[in-house]
Design a protein around this ligand. Structure first.
Ligand SMILES: [Zn+2]
Length: 354
């Protein structure tokens, strides 16, 4: 970050848990440059600063517009070495920000341009996570994404299945929501679930309540973003009423993987001040805080905490509660969860203030 405030510093040293973060949205600018040079990928500026501002200036607009710069990051992640490096650096960077447990994700289908198989992409990502973990002690797992707008989701699920319990913990649907129903990928979801993978689905970001309903009907245990669940809330006459989808998400404790900065960048919400995370949290939704894309949204977990602290006045005990939420709904095994919980509790025990 260009400016590091005292508060950012405090959050940087507080143990955090991350459930929603895309490897292809989190490259270091220097790494984009170096990998682009190696791969002969053209069309990028020559300095890290220019790369950063290129991605940042593209971050305003719709979800579709937000996704455009990924063509560059994906283009430089087409070899096992490049994927391994990006995954390892993601762990190093999050660990330096005191993330103690992270579920990182990528879509293998986007990394096949130079002849890799989906399985090789997953393998390389897992090796990178492992290397990062060895250096830092941060625990990480992989979520494998299929793209809603592509027709190979069963191939993706079949490629991910052998890695269940070997580092891959979840299966996700990502990409444009409108016009690309989760239901169309039910065969892939069945394969993933049968292999022991958990299901999370991006929904309620690029499209509204119907998209969240569609994700729930498709077996989502968590919803990526889900902020537009507020379209199923009615605050008329000063009383908050819940529609059927909001009711279901709340009572079935379907977690929302909220990514505040990114949701402003994609215009899923208009501003951080207008972000409904405080309402969702206080009304009992299982709310978690995430980064989504550290490069595209120029963020990290500490920055998300800091932005929310300014915009919403969340206290340390509220951040602790949302971190514990994230552990509860993490896709890892119970022993790992207990270890992570202990690290988080120990970190918050040392914090001053409410
Ligand atoms: Zn995402």
């Amino acid at each position: 970050m260009a400016q590091v405030s005292v508060q950012h510093d405090v959050y940087m040293n507080t143990p955090k848990v991350l459930l929603h973060d895309h490897l292809d949205g989190g490259l270091r600018p220097r790494t984009v440059l170096e990998l682009a040079f190696e791969a002969g990928h053209e069309g990028l500026p020559a300095s890290s600063e220019e790369i950063e501002s290129l991605f940042e200036s593209r971050a305003a607009g719709s979800l579709e517009e937000y996704l455009v710069p990924f063509e560059h990051t994906v283009a430089v992640m087409q070899t096992p070495e490049a994927i391994r490096r990006v995954a390892k650096e993601a762990v190093l960077d999050h660990a330096a920000d005191s993330v103690v447990y992270g579920e990182l994700r990528l879509a293998p289908s986007l990394h096949l341009e130079r002849g890799l198989t989906r399985g090789q992409v997953i393998q390389a990502a897992l090796e990178g996570l492992e290397l990062g973990q060895e250096q830092t002690g941060m625990t990480s797992r992989l979520i494998v994404c299929a793209m809603r707008d592509q027709g190979d989701s069963t191939d993706v699920a079949c490629a991910a299945a052998p890695f269940a319990e070997h580092g891959v913990v979840g299966f996700d649907l990502a990409g444009p929501e409108a016009g690309f129903l989760a239901k169309a990928h039910s065969a892939a979801i069945d394969i993933a679930r049968a292999s022991g993978l958990h299901i999370t689905i991006h929904a309620g970001e690029g499209d509204g309540v119907a998209s969240i309903e569609d994700a729930l009907a498709s077996g989502a245990e968590r919803i990526g973003h889900g902020v537009r669940i507020t379209e199923d809330l009615d605050a008329g006459n000063g009383v908050l009423r819940f529609g059927p989808t909001a009711d279901r998400v709340r009572y079935e404790r379907i977690a929302l993987e909220i990514c505040p900065k990114s949701e402003v960048d994609t215009r899923a919400v208009l501003s951080l001040a207008a972000h409904p995370i405080d309402i969702l949290f206080r009304e009992g939704f299982v709310t978690t805080i995430n980064t989504d894309n550290t490069l595209m949204s120029k963020t990290d977990m500490s920055r998300e905490f800091e932005l929310l602290s300014h915009a919403k006045g969340f206290t340390n005990s509220e951040f602790r509660a949302m971190t514990l939420n994230a552990i509860d709904v993490a896709f890892c095994d119970p022993v790992t969860k207990n270890e992570v919980r202990s690290r988080v509790e120990a970190g918050y025990a040392g914090l001053a203030g409410p």
